[in-house]
Design a protein around this ligand. Structure first.
Ligand SMILES: NC(=O)c1ccc[n+]([C@@H]2O[C@H](COP(=O)([O-])OP(=O)(O)OC[C@H]3O[C@@H](n4cnc5c(N)ncnc54)[C@H](OP(=O)(O)O)[C@@H]3O)[C@@H](O)[C@H]2O)c1
Length: 317
């Protein structure tokens, strides 16, 4: 099969088109013929070797953890899907090797769900990792409830765009941070207020608008944005970050209700997101759809840190 893979960690030019074996599905696994592979910033971190201490990696390494496509073959004991079912899945595995920048990927049937019927394969390929991250952060870690106020940093990004919609749908009052150019976009997703983090410290803006603080901060930026977020939390407020587990641990030790989330594959939550999408309360904005062979260009785009919505690689016909 055709795949984009790396044989060592490094720059974008290490992403090469390779001919690799089609993987066979094992016990309770399905093989997906991929039509679209979502691009996430973590793919850049994997390519550079930044996560190699945390996640075992083997070469040749095919990056990419998001797939939408059709079931091509089912392994022994796999019963949830049948051949030709249109599915989507967050495909991270314990060893980072056989990812989704490829014509085929094999995954446990437990991590897949039927593709939303009202989405194209390209749109569906953009959902799993970022959608599950938003879902697990808001509803498992933060336990967000209707009527609460939530500040979402990087509301226009891949994860933030889903978080704004999910929080709005849950009845929360949503404040999104982005550059001014993206304020209309995040309001169109359901944010009640948008703040421009580029013109002044976001704490000043939030404290002026919500003197008692916000119930939840969802941090998709890290660094100063994460540490400063403590200052805008209401009494008993919760802080969730997807960026820095060490800082979160320190905050917990100082009595802050802080949580770090590292997104887990989860087919039933993906099916819940499918329902939201089919009901019309969740959608995705595609910043770019590129052919698989332009994975390096996709990485160049996502490395700007200013993507609006998602980037997807279209695979095959
Ligand atoms: N732990 C996990 O499980 C997990 C899961 C998913 C993602 N992540 C990580 O979370 C981060 C975000 O992921 P993503 O997919 O959402 O990235 P992304 O789509 O590349 O995020 C881009 C967005 O970030 C915004 N942005 C940049 N700097 C900002 C700032 N200081 N304040 C507010 N917004 C800012 C940009 O808005 P403007 O253009 O308006 O500035 C842009 O829309 C990445 O580092 C990713 O690796 C972790």
């Amino acid at each position: 099969m055709k795949a984009i893979a790396i044989e060592q960690f490094g720059g974008r030019d290490f992403l090469k088109v390779m001919e690799l074996p089609v993987p066979p599905p094992g016990e309770k696994e399905i093989r997906i013929k991929i039509k679209a592979a979502g691009v996430n910033y973590v793919d850049v971190k994997i390519r550079k070797g930044l996560l190699k201490e945390r996640l075992p990696c083997e070469f040749p390494l095919i990056p990419g953890w998001d797939a939408a496509g059709v079931v091509d073959e089912t392994g022994p004991g796999a019963t949830r899907f049948k051949k030709d079912d249109a599915v989507y899945a967050y495909c991270r595995k314990p060893v980072i090797k056989d990812g989704c920048y490829a014509e085929y990927v094999v995954v446990s049937e437990e991590v897949a769900a039927m593709k939303p019927s009202n989405m194209s394969f390209d749109e569906a390929g953009a959902v799993p990792l970022a959608g599950l991250t938003a879902y697990q952060s808001l509803f498992e870690a933060a336990q967000l409830k209707g009527g609460e106020t939530i500040l979402i940093h990087a509301a226009a990004g891949g994860v933030g765009s889903f978080a704004v919609q999910l929080a709005h749908d849950a009845g929360a009052h949503v404040i999104g941070s982005s550059g001014a150019a993206n304020h209309e976009y995040i309001k169109s997703l359901g944010a009640h207020a948008a703040i421009d983090y580029t013109i002044r410290d976001f704490r000043q803006t939030v404290q002026a608008m919500y003197p008692d603080g916000v119930d939840v901060v969802f941090d998709c930026v890290g660094g100063d944005t994460l540490t400063r977020s403590v200052d805008v939390l209401a009494k008993k407020g919760r802080l969730v970050s997807i960026l820095d587990a060490t800082v979160i641990k320190q905050l917990q030790e100082n009595g802050v209700r802080a949580h770090y989330v590292f997104v887990s594959p989860n087919g039933s939550q993906l099916d819940h997101l499918r329902q939201k999408i089919e009901e019309g309360s969740l959608s995705t904005h595609l910043a770019a759809v590129l052919p698989l062979t332009e994975a390096a260009r996709a990485h160049e785009m996502i490395e700007t840190r200013h993507t609006v919505g998602k980037i997807v690689l279209s695979v095959g016909a």
